[in-house]
Design a binder for this molecule. Structure first.
Ligand code: MN
Length: 420
């Protein structure tokens, strides 16, 4: 039995573009979060006594601003070295060999695999063969996977590759390949990198994107970390998700449909924030709040966006202190006309609404409804039989559906501006 850690997309010391424009941003703690997350990774590796750590590309965000990034990495890899833990890495599009002008020699226990051809490293004492290939330049549009060697018989074979696979939403295409290209190699585990969202693409064989280890902005929300893999008898693997992030990005939607008082809007936001606070699992949170729904007071909400944003930030500060930073408030609220006053108006909309509301609820009195119902019965799956809540032979069901439809149409007619 042995264990290893698979991580990727560490983007060490990635610059935090645009963060300083937020006056209340905890810039320092966010800037430091990436380094703290890497320290967590090293801690876990030592604690779990892993045999090696795999880093599947984009260890760096790009060329170093100065040498402190390299020195910090050496400190961390050195800690692993003192526990006889090896590190095998490939480079990706961000840290492709030709982009790193300041590169220092890797620590003795760290090996970066070749850019020129796929390389195979055998760890005979463990019975492991690690196959991998680095990016020499940023734009690799070649299928690197097909250049990998065949599986070593009787060994536990691992492929390490930075790739967008057959395309992943929000991720540029690099070293494209198909799941079948990977399967055909006969390896037991594919340690991929590039996609910042964790994804288990396949479990037989294991094909894994561990995701990045620390979210850097709201598009990298939710838990971030690595996977810990336990291999028994060089055949079966158990793959465990390990969170490493020290600050978590969280989306928080607040529905304020039909709320007509500012006081109630703030109350709903307070409740929503309270509920989302637990999603940090004890970590500080960077939260984006999105207000949604249709309300008569949409104009009031839109009139003073700066005030609204800061009022909401103050709410967060009031009960979460430094553990919560509200990054931004998105106002996606749509307007809603008042039903009574619109009905009273002698306008086309008023007349239409009146006609809809006056529509009777029973099938016989609505022209053509019988035909529609007959058609629906034909299309209904058998699960909706006489005992289901959608029994169309029942007068009550039809009445309920008609009432629901009336409310939906009225609601939409009173809504100003479409869904965003
Ligand atoms: Mn990448």
């Amino acid at each position: 039995m042995f264990k290893f850690i698979h991580a990727a997309d560490i983007h060490l010391d990635s610059p935090l573009r645009g963060l300083s424009r937020y006056e209340s941003a905890p810039v320092e703690s966010i800037r430091d979060a990436g380094r703290r997350a890497l320290e967590n990774l090293v801690d876990i590796a030592i604690e779990e006594k892993v045999a090696f750590v795999l880093l599947a590309g984009d260890l760096y965000d790009g060329d170093w601003k100065d040498y402190s990034t390299g020195i910090f990495l050496s400190q961390q890899i050195g800690r692993l070295g003192r526990h006889n833990i090896l590190v095998f890495a490939v480079t990706g599009n961000h840290d492709a060999a030709n982009r790193m002008t300041k590169a220092l020699d890797s620590p003795a226990n760290m090996k970066i695999l070749s850019t020129r051809k796929a390389e195979t490293i055998k760890l005979d004492d463990l019975g492991v063969a690690i196959h991998g290939r680095s990016f020499g330049t940023q734009h690799v549009d070649e299928n690197l996977a097909v250049t990998f060697g065949a599986a070593e018989k009787g060994m536990f074979n691992i492929g390490v590759l930075h790739t967008s696979l057959n395309g992943r939403e929000g991720h540029a295409v690099y070293a494209p390949c198909t799941v079948n290209d990977l399967r055909s190699k006969g390896y037991q585990y594919w340690a991929l990198g590039h996609v910042h969202q964790q994804e288990f693409v396949s479990k037989d064989p294991w094909i894994v994107f561990p995701g990045c280890i620390q979210g850097r902005h709201i598009r990298e929300s939710g838990s971030k970390g690595c996977v810990l893999v336990t291999v028994e008898d060089n055949a079966t693997c158990e793959v465990e998700k390990i969170p490493l992030d020290v600050l978590r990005w969280v989306h928080c939607s607040v529905d304020i449909t039909d709320v007509v008082e500012m006081r109630e809007v703030l109350e709903r936001i307070r409740k929503a924030i309270e509920k989302e606070q637990t999603s940090g699992e004890g970590r500080p949170i960077a939260m984006r709040i999105r207000l949604e729904g249709a309300t008569r007071i949409s104009n009031e909400l839109a009139a003073h966006p700066e005030w609204l944003e800061h009022q909401i930030k103050a709410l967060g500060a009031e009960f979460a202190g430094h553990d919560l930073w509200i990054e931004r408030v998105e106002n996606a609220v749509t307007g809603k006309l008042d039903l009574e006053s619109t009905l009273a108006d002698d306008t086309a909309l008023g007349k239409l609404l009146k006609e809809i509301l006056d529509t009777p609820g029973n099938a016989e009195e609505i022209d053509g409804l019988d035909r529609v119902l007959a058609d629906l019965r034909q299309k209904m799956p058998e699960a909706f039989g006489p005992d289901s809540i959608l029994n169309l032979d029942e007068e009550q069901t039809v009445q309920r559906l008609v009432e629901e439809a009336k409310h939906m149409v009225v609601g939409r007619l009173l809504t100003v501006g479409g869904p965003k």
